[in-house]
Design a protein around this ligand. Structure first.
Ligand SMILES: [Zn+2]
Length: 61
């Protein structure tokens, strides 16, 4: 998972293949991975829990 500020949102999206985006709570202090300024978004790959349930569903079909 990486954190990005508004400026580096697009850059973060191009770095990860198929990222999910979460808005960072304004009380949560995170630094942007690119410029070390205060981050506004978290970018990460799909949730592991979600992946697992998706696979199970596929196996049943
Ligand atoms: Zn930044």
């Amino acid at each position: 998972m990486i954190c990005v500020c508004k400026e580096h949102m697009k850059k973060g999206l191009t770095v990860l293949n198929c990222p999910h985006v979460l808005l960072i709570n304004k009380y949560e202090l995170r630094k942007c991975s690119f410029c070390k300024q205060r981050a506004s978004y978290k970018l990460f790959y799909s949730l592991p829990y979600y992946d697992r349930s998706e696979k199970k569903r596929m196996e049943k079909i």
